[in-house]
Structure formats: C-alpha cells, structure tokens
Design a protein. Structure first.
Length: 184
C-alpha cells in the first residue's frame, strides 16, 4: 500500500473512533404508559417531599473559613411525613464529594463528616425525629473540609421516599462569624 492509502485508512479509523459515541443504532422506544405506571400525585415516589425554607447560613472564623452550614427544611405536601432518621445527606464542593453521617441521637453538635438536627420549629405533638405537617427542621452539617471564601457547594438531601432536595450556594468573599451563603 502506498502512503496515501495509509493516510486514508488512518483518517477513516479516527473518524470511526470519534463517531462511535455519537451514533445510536438502537431502535428501542420507551414503553407506553399504562394506568398502573402513570404517576399519581399522592403516591409518586419521585415527587419532591422536602423544600428549603429561608437562608443557608455558615458559621466560621472571621477572616478564615466556614466550618458548619445550617439550613431549614419543610414538607412540600402536608399529607406526607418524612422520617429524618432515614435521610441521606451528600455534600460536594469543587474538590470533593462526601456522604455525611448523622450524629448519635440525631441531635447535638456534629463533628467533621456528620450532620445533626439543630432544632425543630413549629413542632407538632411530642418531640420526635419525624418531619410532619408545618414543622421545620433546622439541619447543621459539618463537612470534613472547611469552606473558603467564594467556594461553591452543593448539599443533596435525600429522604427514603421521594426526590432529593438539592441546595447550591456560594460562600461570601469575606468570612465572618455568621455568614449568609448566596443561593445559586
């Protein structure tokens, strides 16, 4: 083969490699929805159960970093409730992603890598760890690495049933003892 044929072959192979991820030969179509697969608002497992209420705040060292972050969650649907003991909270910043674990007893000051229920507002009935109608839970998270000025964070709160609540915010440029994280 001549050099020209090798060049054509090489160019053809390169185009083939680049196009493998772009061409889909699958003719599969999603199945048609039946009455048993249609979403019903009161039983839809992908419906959001939690909503963020108010501001996301951070407690830190003036001129330094933010160590703990607090936010408030409430229910989107007053006919459901959420077992706060079954939450999965994932924290992410530009460098790392980590799963935060609940503190023993779910209340108290969380050490690094943990979260806790700081307090309950508008508590209905006796004290428990269940988010019910019109209650608000203030949650405090303590990621392993502190936030630096201007850092973007994502906190994903996933109840046992339902879609995750994602909170995205950015730390202020100048850190104070009490900080307001700006939502994105």
């Amino acid at each position: 083969m001549t050099l020209r044929n090798y060049m054509y072959l090489t160019i053809g192979l390169i185009l083939l490699i680049f196009s493998t991820g772009c061409i889909d030969s699958s003719s599969d179509s999603p199945p048609l929805q039946t009455m048993s697969t249609l979403s019903v608002p009161w039983s839809d497992l992908n419906a959001p159960l939690l909503q963020s209420i108010g501001d996301v705040t951070g407690q830190g060292i003036p001129g330094g970093t933010i160590d703990t972050i607090s936010f408030t969650v409430g229910l989107t649907d007053i006919h459901t409730s959420v077992d706060m003991e079954r939450l999965l909270i994932v924290y992410a910043d530009a460098i790392r992603t980590e799963t935060l674990y609940p503190v023993e007893g779910f209340h108290g000051d969380p050490p690094k890598g943990y979260w806790s229920i700081e307090r309950v507002e508008k508590e209905v009935g006796g004290p428990n760890n269940r988010l019910d109608n019109e209650e608000w839970f203030i949650i405090k998270v303590n990621p392993k690495a502190p936030l630096v000025p201007g850092q973007v964070i994502t906190i994903d709160i996933k109840p046992l049933n339902g879609r995750s609540l994602t909170i995205r915010a950015v730390a202020p440029q100048t850190i104070q003892a009490d900080n307001l994280l700006v939502p994105l």
